[in-house]
Design a protein around this ligand. Structure first.
Ligand SMILES: [Zn+2]
Length: 249
């Protein structure tokens, strides 16, 4: 997500979206799921793409979270601006209220944006950086990035059946960002909702008056639009909630 500093006006160009994806090998031994072993960076997603990760079994659909249990989220406090934790939790409560899906705060973590491990439950990891360059981004300054987020999904073939799910999501926020904590516009709340939207498997979509617009501005709302809530519910719903299979991803 790109922040235009100075006057709040729209920028025409879409920011480059980075989504790092952990994938399981396509070919697994029969009858045994193979854990995610390789990491690759997904190609940049076009601004009008609806999802970052498509289902492998049904390419027209998004890869989904297992939403039959609460999704957890954890905060890495390293480089987090003082007093921002309540803002993160507030933003996640907005997400929970709008989607009807429970997001449970599970405490602090040392998980960083580049970590490829994940907890035993689906988790969104939220981290901060004070560095100017991190995770392939240039943070701060006019036109600089202010955050990046993306989902990590895995799949495994076992007994002829493909199991796939988003195993975790991660967000990296620039502590160089300056803005009001809550509300709409160029706020921390809007920034967190945008990057968590990526972590949940939403790509850039919609105009300036949407959360998932790639540029934060005075037009950015304080919550997801109805269309964005619809898209979030698509990636948060699943027809089969197989935690036993998920645990092998
Ligand atoms: Zn973005």
């Amino acid at each position: 997500m790109r922040m235009i500093l100075g006057r709040a006006r729209l920028a025409g160009a879409a920011a480059v979206l980075l989504a790092a994806v952990a994938v399981a090998p396509a070919a697994s031994p029969p009858g045994r799921a193979t854990p995610a072993a390789a990491a690759r960076t997904a190609s940049a997603t076009t601004a009008d793409a609806r999802f970052e990760l498509a289902s492998r079994t049904d390419p027209g659909r998004p890869m989904r979270w297992l939403a039959c249990k609460p999704i957890e989220y954890r905060i890495n406090p390293t480089d987090m601006p003082a007093g921002l934790e309540p803002t993160v939790r507030h933003a996640m409560s907005v997400l929970q209220r709008q989607t009807g899906v429970r997001f449970r705060y599970a405490g602090h973590t040392r998980h960083t944006f580049t970590s490829t491990t994940h907890a035993a439950t689906p988790t969104v990891y939220i981290a901060f950086t004070s560095r100017r360059r991190a995770a392939g981004q240039t943070f701060g300054g006019p036109g600089g990035e202010i955050g990046v987020g993306g989902p990590a999904g895995s799949w495994a073939v076992s007994g002829g059946r493909t199991t796939e799910a988003i195993t975790y999501g991660r967000v990296l926020l620039s502590s160089r960002f300056r803005g009001p904590a809550t509300g709409g516009g160029a706020s921390w709340q809007a920034l967190i909702l945008h990057e968590v939207g990526h972590a949940l498997n939403l790509a850039h979509r919609g105009g300036a008056r949407t959360i998932m617009h790639p540029v934060l501005s005075g037009a950015t709302p304080a919550q997801y639009t109805p269309a964005e809530v619809h898209a979030l519910r698509k990636v948060l719903q699943t027809s089969r909630c197989d935690y036993a299979a998920w645990s092998r991803l």
